[in-house]
Ligand binder design. Structure first.
Ligand SMILES: O=C(O)CCC(=O)C(=O)O
Ligand SMILES: [Fe+2]
Length: 318
């Protein structure tokens, strides 16, 4: 006899999140099947999820926008039914269930000041609701910070900003750092950190862009900006085709500048000091200034500032 496969709210939320990210229905179906869902159940789940979403929220964006990696994203029947065991109250949810929640973020329900992020215990130093932000301590070891800096140093180039009109990028006086991108999973260290981020923020590795490393020399800064893409701009289609909108950012501080270089949120009066090994997460569930996620890298006054940034996309980034 075949096991029951109940269509849960978790599964429906996951389906809606994939559709919102622009994934094609046939790819979503394939992903569910490879996670163990029977054909007919997967089809019924999609119909039910999208029907009830349409009735309550209106139309979804056009499909076919995002490439889809069907390997591990769909929750399995056991995960969606909540049957997959969790390993302890402070542990993050299993990776397959992540996208189901619709938004990245740590599990702070236990109220503990320490969380297990995969292979590492991190501390929760501060959190804010608007902007949605959490500051973590001990996210990276000193050795990991030094190794990232050493690997990035020889590959730095003047940072560019995205040109919303075209979807390309250009050098801009608003951003005077030097930077580089690692490919996702490019080396063991990147893969380890990416797994840690996915566990901590309960968001699939595949939805993350490659790590970016930035170096600010004295006087360098990054003027106030949003990390999400302006959907009204003509270039938005090109940018959003690679995984949909950005929904969260993790800024990891790789050193402690002697003076200056805070990450500031001017609309919220919030200022985060860069301290080596700490990581600042902030999220924006829609591309709207009302999320108060406008932020800047204040000028470095003395010494250098090094950060690694991970941007999280709504869907699979490829
Ligand atoms: O350097 C910082 O503090 C912020 C970096 C940042 O905003 C970004 O990389 O998008
Ligand atoms: Fe930013």
């Amino acid at each position: 006899m075949q096991a029951e496969q109940p269509i849960t709210q978790e599964l429906k939320r996951w389906i809606v999140a994939q559709a919102q990210a622009g994934c094609r229905p046939e790819d979503v179906l394939e992903a569910m099947k490879s996670s163990g869902w029977r054909d007919e159940v997967a089809i019924r789940a999609m119909e039910e999820a999208l029907q009830s979403h349409l009735q309550s929220q209106g139309p979804l964006p056009g499909s076919g926008m995002a490439a889809f990696d069907p390997r591990t994203t769909a929750p399995s029947p056991a995960q969606a039914a909540g049957l997959t065991p969790r390993e302890g109250p402070a542990r993050a949810a299993p990776a397959g269930l992540l996208a189901a929640a619709g938004q990245p973020g740590p599990d702070l329900a236990s109220g503990r000041s320490t969380l297990i992020a995969g292979d590492r215990e991190v501390t929760v130093l501060m959190q804010s609701q608007r902007p949605r932000a959490v500051l973590f301590g001990n996210f990276l070891s000193s050795g990991e910070c030094e190794a990232l800096v050493a690997m990035a140093r020889g590959r730095l180039a003047r940072s560019e900003t995205v040109v919303n009109e075209t979807g390309g990028s250009e050098v801009n006086s608003a951003r005077t750092s030097d930077g580089m991108f690692f490919n996702r999973g490019e080396n063991e260290l990147c893969a380890r950190i990416e797994k840690r981020i996915a566990d901590l923020l309960r968001w699939p590795i595949q939805n993350g862009e490659g790590l970016q490393v930035l170096r600010y020399l004295p006087g360098a800064r990054y003027l106030a900006h949003q990390d999400y893409f302006d959907p009204e701009q003509p270039g938005a289609g090109t940018i959003l085709a690679r995984g949909g909108q950005r929904v969260g950012t993790l800024v990891m501080y790789l050193n402690t500048p002697l003076r200056g270089g805070a990450t500031t949120f001017p609309d919220a009066g919030l200022e985060v000091s860069p301290v080596r090994g700490n990581a600042l997460f902030f999220a924006y569930d829609r591309p709207d200034p009302a999320c108060l996620a406008l932020h800047s890298g204040a000028p470095v006054e003395e010494g250098e500032k090094w950060v690694a940034t991970k941007w999280l996309r709504q869907g699979v980034f490829s």
